[in-house]
Design a protein around this ligand. Structure first.
Ligand code: HMG
Ligand code: MG
Length: 310
């Protein structure tokens, strides 16, 4: 374990508009996506994953990335990130004035094939020119390591495989690297083991935890990562999401729940929880999907009770 002292401040990366909405079967109108991002911007996020520039044949929900990026009201200082699987995606990202591109590989060979149709080694080769182009254009690069704590196809993922992909992403010049529990199978002990190992390959302060809540472990895993000194976490408003290539995976941990935890721990986030709760209510209502944030639902109920008693 890194140290007993938890970080005093963390960066929460809001991934709902991309990682969350990409999983919705019905096409979410572009105007709704834009309003969601604008609400999240106003709530104070320093980083929002806003869109994907991937093949619309693979993820039709993200086909309007250019229009979304064109329509949002950007706040100076907020990083708007987009996924780019190849140079074509990077060109779209550049034209859309994305602040950060996300390249995404897996620590599991089987998942890599299902998600991006190539092996881990091939995916890194494919990302090399994308990373080079990003560096040449002064665009930040984030590497996301899917299935770092388990894979829906191959099961157990060795810690050494996670370290290997992190080292490869580091060599490509990533500014930040995500350790992603894509199917939410990890538990706190494994989180400690993985972060202890990967912090030897990449600076701790630029590593992030991306936890899904499939088995109800996400907040415990975040706490374990905090104990490892990790200070960047991904979360999805109203718990939107899942993964099209990981059956049964629920969404990322809900942002409202993470903020409630951080507020309780006295860890600064710079984000207004009430505004995030309202954004979660907005998007859940707009797409007709239950809000799965426990803190979000509790705070909404409290607000409604207060209004009824007034
Ligand atoms: P492919 O079919 O192997 O290759 O796709 P392709 O080059 O033959 O492309 C297929 C078609 O897509 C072609 O069109 C291309 O032109 C087009 P056609 O000639 O058939 O008309 N195409 C594109 N169109 C727009 N933008 C592009 C682009 N690239 C090709 N950038 C490919 C390979 C990598 C493109 C495909 O597999 C792909 O786009 N995959 C993305 C899948 C994806 O987005 N998955 C979800 C993200 S990962 C994730 O969610 C996990 C993460 O959140 C972490 C976690 O949650 O744990 C990061
Ligand atoms: Mg995710």
């Amino acid at each position: 374990m890194a140290s007993n002292a938890l970080p005093q401040a963390v960066k929460i990366v809001e991934v709902g508009p991309r990682d969350g909405l990409q999983n919705e079967k019905e096409f979410v109108p572009t105007a709704i996506k834009i309003e969601l991002i604008d609400r999240l911007t106003q709530a104070g996020f320093a980083n929002i994953e806003a869109a994907s520039f991937v093949s619309p044949k693979w993820v039709p929900q993200m086909a309007d990335g250019a229009q979304v990026m064109d329509g949002i009201a950007r706040r100076a200082g907020t990083i708007y990130s987009v996924l780019t699987p190849n140079l074509r995606g990077f060109e779209g990202a550049l034209a859309a004035r994305a602040d950060e591109i996300v390249i995404f590989g897996a620590a599991s060979e089987a998942f890599s094939q299902k998600n991006i149709n190539c092996s881990i080694a091939e995916s890194i080769e494919r990302f090399a020119p994308v990373a080079e182009a990003a560096r040449a254009n002064g665009v930040r690069i984030r590497g996301s390591v899917s299935c770092a704590l388990g894979c829906p196809y191959q099961g157990e993922v060795p810690v050494a495989s996670v370290v290997d992909v992190v080292a490869r992403f580091a060599a490509l010049g990533c500014d930040e690297i995500d350790i992603a529990d894509t199917i939410g199978v990890g538990t706190a002990k494994r989180v400690h083991e993985v972060f202890e190992a990967v912090t030897k390959a990449f600076p701790r302060e630029r590593l992030s935890g991306h936890f899904h809540d499939t088995y109800g472990q996400a907040l415990a895993n975040i706490y374990a990562a905090l104990e490892e000194g990790i200070a960047i976490f991904h979360a999805s408003v109203a718990g939107l999401g899942g993964c099209p290539y990981a059956k049964g995976a629920t969404g990322n941990v809900a942002t409202e729940d993470v903020l409630y935890l951080m507020n309780g721990l006295g860890i600064r986030t710079g984000i207004d929880l009430d505004q995030v709760v309202a954004a979660g209510d907005f998007i859940s209502t707009a797409i007709g999907r239950p809000n799965v944030s426990r803190a979000g639902k509790a705070l909404l109920a409290k607000r409604q009770n207060a209004a009824a008693c007034a």
